[in-house]
Design a protein around this ligand. Structure first.
Ligand SMILES: Cc1cc2nc3c(=O)[nH]c(=O)nc-3n(C[C@H](O)[C@H](O)[C@H](O)COP(=O)(O)OP(=O)(O)OC[C@H]3O[C@@H](n4cnc5c(N)ncnc54)[C@H](O)[C@@H]3O)c2cc1C
Length: 387
C-alpha cells in the first residue's frame, strides 16, 4: 500500500518489520487468549534496542527523534501486534530526561537503554477524580530524607512488567496553592522495593488484553532523592511529556488503520458471494476507500507533529489533532474491516476482533476525545474555558 505521508525512515520500518515477522498473528492471538504479556516479543524489542530509540547516545540509546520512534510503534501495530505492551517506556524516559537530575539520568537511563531496567509505568489517574487531574488525592509528605505516599490510583498500566514507575502526587494541599496546577510533584518509584511494602497492586480485568491495575498506597516510603525536578512543579512536567505520548499513540493507531485496510482489501478481493468478489460491490469498496483516505490524512498530521516536536517547536495542537484523527480513523477502519468480513470478522482466528478491541481504547486513553476538543477549543481557538 502506498502512502502520501513523507516516509524518511524506511530502514527503521524494514528492521522493525523483520523483527515483528518472528511474532506472527498466532503468537499475539495466544497471548490474548491467555490474558498474558508478550514477554518474548518485548525481550526481542528491547534486545534490538528499539525501546531505547529516544534515549540520547550519551546514555546508551539511539538518540533518535520522535518521527523515527513513532515509526517503531506504528510498525508493531501495522504488523498485527500491540505496542500498548511497551509504549510507556518511549515516553516515560522523556520525563526523566527532561526533568531528572544529572545523577538520576546517569543512574537510570543507561540501564534502561541496556534493557536492565524498565520504566513502563506512569501513575496519574485516580478513581474519584478522573480527568480532573489537579484534584488528585494521593499525597506525598516529606519526612526527613523520605516522602511518605498515601492514596489510590486506577488504570495504571504495565506495573507488573516494569521496574520503575513515575508517580504524580500532591505535595502541597490544594487549599494552600495559588493555582490548582501547583503543589503536585513527580517521583520515581522503584516497584521492586515498593510492592508489598506500602504499595498493593490489584489487576483490573478489562476489554482488551492490556495489563492495567489499581494501586493502593499505604504509607509507602520513597527516598527524597527520587523526587524528579522541583517539588510542586510535577503537573507541568507531566504536561511536557504529553505531546510525545499523543503522537506515539497516533502512530500506533495509524499502524492499526493500515492493518485493517489491508485485511479488508485482501478479503474483499478473495471472498466470492453471488459469483463475484464482494469487493466488486461499491457498497463494500467505498467504505474501505473512505477509511483509507482518513488514515492518510491522520498520518500527515502525525508527521507534522513529529517534525515540530523534533525541531523543538510547540506542537500541542498538532499532537492532539494527530491523536484525535488517528484514533478516529483506526476505529472506523476497524468497523469497516469487521463489516467487510461478515461473520468471519468475529472469529478469533482472523485477529480482527482482537485488533478491533485493542484500537477502541484510543478513543478514551490516554486522553478522551472530549478533552482533545476542549484543548483545541480553548488553547487554539480562544474559546472560554469550560473547566
Ligand atoms: C486500558 C487503560 C489503560 C490506562 N493506562 C493508564 C496509565 O498507565 N496511567 C494513567 O495514569 N492512566 C491510565 N489510564 C486512564 C486514562 O487515562 C483515563 O481513563 C482517561 O484519561 C479518562 O479518564 P476517566 O476514565 O477517569 O474518565 P472520566 O474523567 O470519568 O470521564 C468519563 C467521560 O466523561 C467525559 N468528560 C469528563 N469531563 C468532561 C468535560 N469537562 N467535558 C466533556 N467531557 C467530559 C470524558 O471525555 C469521558 O468520555 C488508562 C485507561 C485505560 C482504560
Amino acid at each position: 500500500m502506498t502512502s502520501a505521508a513523507p516516509d524518511r525512515h524506511q530502514d527503521i520500518r524494514d528492521a522493525v518489520r523483520a523483527l515483528c515477522a518472528q511474532f506472527p498473528d498466532t503468537y499475539f492471538r495466544r497471548v490474548d487468549a491467555a490474558h498474558g504479556y508478550p514477554d518474548a516479543f518485548v525481550d526481542a524489542l528491547i534486545g534490538a534496542g528499539w525501546l531505547a530509540a529516544m534515549i540520547p547516545e550519551e546514555f546508551g540509546g539511539a538518540g533518535l527523534g520522535l518521527g523515527p520512534a513513532s515509526v517503531v510503534m506504528e510498525e508493531i501495530n501495522r504488523c498485527g501486534g500491540n505496542a500498548g505492551a511497551v509504549h510507556g517506556q518511549m515516553y516515560n524516559m522523556g520525563t526523566l530526561l527532561r526533568h531528572g537530575s544529572e545523577a538520576q539520568k546517569r543512574r537510570y537511563l543507561p540501564a534502561i537503554a541496556e534493557g536492565r531496567l524498565r520504566i513502563q509505568s506512569m501513575a496519574v489517574t485516580e478513581p474519584t477524580t478522573g480527568t480532573d487531574t489537579t484534584k488528585i488525592k494521593t499525597t506525598a509528605t516529606r519526612k526527613g530524607d523520605r516522602y511518605v505516599v498515601n492514596g489510590q490510583k486506577v488504570w495504571i498500566s504495565r506495573v507488573q512488567h516494569s521496574d520503575l514507575m513515575i508517580l504524580l502526587a500532591r505535595t502541597t494541599p490544594l487549599a494552600d496553592v495559588r493555582k490548582r496546577s501547583e503543589g503536585m510533584s513527580i517521583f520515581i518509584v522503584d516497584l521492586r522495593d515498593a510492592v508489598g511494602h506500602g504499595l498493593t497492586v490489584r489487576p483490573i480485568p478489562n476489554l482488551v488484553n492490556h495489563e492495567t491495575n489499581e494501586l493502593f498506597f499505604d504509607n509507602l516510603e520513597i527516598p527524597a532523592e527520587n523526587l524528579i525536578g522541583e517539588e510542586g512543579r510535577g503537573f507541568r512536567y507531566i504536561l511536557d511529556g504529553l505531546n510525545a505520548e499523543r503522537t506515539l499513540i497516533a502512530a500506533e493507531c495509524i499502524g492499526d488503520g493500515y492493518w485493517f485496510v489491508e485485511r479488508a482489501v485482501n478479503y474483499a478481493n478473495e471472498r466470492i458471494v453471488f459469483d463475484r468478489p464482494i469487493g466488486k460491490n461499491q457498497g463494500v469498496q467505498f467504505p474501505i476507500a473512505e477509511t483509507y483516505i482518513e488514515i492518510e490524512a491522520a498520518n500527515l498530521m502525525r508527521f507534522r507533529a513529529c517534525d515540530l516536536f523534533d525541531a523543538g517547536e510547540p506542537c500541542g495542537a498538532e499532537a492532539n489533532m494527530a491523536k484525535y484523527l488517528a484514533a478516529k480513523a483506526s476505529w472506523e477502519a476497524a468497523n469497516v474491516c469487521m463489516q467487510t468480513h461478515g461473520g468471519f470478522g468475529f472469529a478469533n482466528e482472523y485477529d480482527i476482533e482482537r485488533k478491533f478491541r485493542e484500537t477502541r481504547l484510543y478513543q478514551v486513553a490516554p486522553i478522551s476525545t472530549n478533552l482533545i476538543f476542549a484543548y483545541i477549543a480553548e488553547h487554539v481557538l480562544g474559546l472560554p474555558r469550560s473547566f
